[in-house]
Design a protein around this ligand. Structure first.
Ligand SMILES: Cc1cc2nc3c(=O)[nH]c(=O)nc-3n(C[C@H](O)[C@H](O)[C@H](O)COP(=O)(O)O)c2cc1C
Length: 146
């Protein structure tokens, strides 16, 4: 059994709900999943000790929430190379944040990414399609945990 860390940045709670659903998917697949707000990560060492990492932010004004940007600079100093990873976020129309997080994890941290980011509009976060998509995303990350 492995342990995944899910870190999220949200303003109105949609991205937190997605984080909880991704955690459910990981747990259904038999792994532990720990959820943290982005503000809980204060130093690179706070990211140590997990087998997979899933980072999420809502999109505001075409960007991720700036606390997540700051967290990614901390994550650059943690040793995440080769670890399974994913990125997600709730969005309204353009949804830049999850892809930016995903490409940073892939290109800078050199993580073993899970085939694209998860982006879900608020209306779908709590409907059966959105719930299934987020749980599946967690299950797909689980498959990469050895
Ligand atoms: C002021 C404001 C700006 C926003 N800008 C964007 C944007 O540039 N692109 C986008 O896709 N969604 C945008 N949204 C929509 C949010 O991403 C959407 O409401 C999302 O579900 C919020 O996620 P959260 O509940 O995790 O904070 C914006 C919303 C607000 C209130």
């Amino acid at each position: 059994m492995g342990k995944a860390l899910i870190v999220f940045a949200t303003r109105s709670g949609g991205t937190k709900k997605l984080a909880e659903l991704i955690a459910e998917g990981l747990r259904i697949a038999g792994h532990e999943a720990e959820l943290k707000r982005v503000t809980d990560i204060k130093k690179p060492e706070d990211l140590n000790g997990y087998d997979a990492y899933v980072f999420g932010s809502a999109t505001y004004h075409g960007k991720m929430i700036n606390l997540m940007e700051r967290m990614l600079f901390l994550a650059e100093k943690a040793d995440l190379e080769g670890k399974p990873g994913g990125a997600f976020g709730s969005y309204g129309w353009s949804g830049e944040a999850p892809d930016r997080i995903y490409s940073t994890m892939e290109n800078i941290f050199k993580m073993d990414m899970t085939g694209g980011s998860l982006r879900v509009k608020p209306a779908y976060v709590m409907n059966p399609d959105g719930i299934k998509a987020a749980q599946e995303y967690g299950k797909n990350i689980a498959k990469k945990i050895s």
